[in-house]
Design a binder for this molecule. Sequence first.
Ligand SMILES: [Zn+2]
Length: 244
Amino acid sequence: MKALLLLPLLAALGFATQAPARDGLLEPKLHIAAGGKTPRVALTFDACMGLADQRILSVLIDNHIPATIFITARWLKRNAETFAIFRAHPDLFELENHGAMHVPAIDRSVPVYGIASAGSAEAVEAEVSGGANALVADGAPRPHWFRGATAKYTASSIAQIRALGFDVAGYSLNGDDGSLLGARAATRRIASAHDGDVIISHINQPTHAAGEGVAAGILALKAKGFTFVRLDAVSENGSNATVN
Ligand SMILES: [Zn+2]
């Protein structure tokens, strides 16, 4: 009886296996340990390609809000100045691996949101290792986490990424729907976060309305008494064998 009661609870916490979607792909969940009396969330931002969203960056720096940034080699090439700002605030920014070319780290051929996947284990390795190597080459600490483009995987690509030495960063709350939400919708989405949520948003689309909403949502959470932690500061629960 107890076990039966526990199962949905564990599923809600993200321990369980997420069932694959119709295309067979997994989109793993990740939660951090809840803060309890002091609710907390982990803000994670993807820097896929493109530029840097100073609206979000300035809110983080001005309010001393820590965050985990997932960076591609492709973004890094064009954004040395912003990367230097990240590096100048090691107390705030944890820099992690979003791959080399922003190719979904999926070891079979399947388009995801119109993006062609890596398509083979060799191409997954090139994407994952290429992203980590670019960060290290530019002076960042060796990353611990990997999040692939589109945050979708196969079970075998998750196992491969783990074998390459990375935990796989899912999320529990989508803050901006790939930077495509309107500003008010993004604010509402982020302001509705729960204790222990890992929030995914984008910091690479300075011309999209979503970024303005993400920045406002972060401030709304702060005003509600939430605190913010990086993935390297707390323990996590991930579905689909994505973390230890
Ligand atoms: Zn991305």
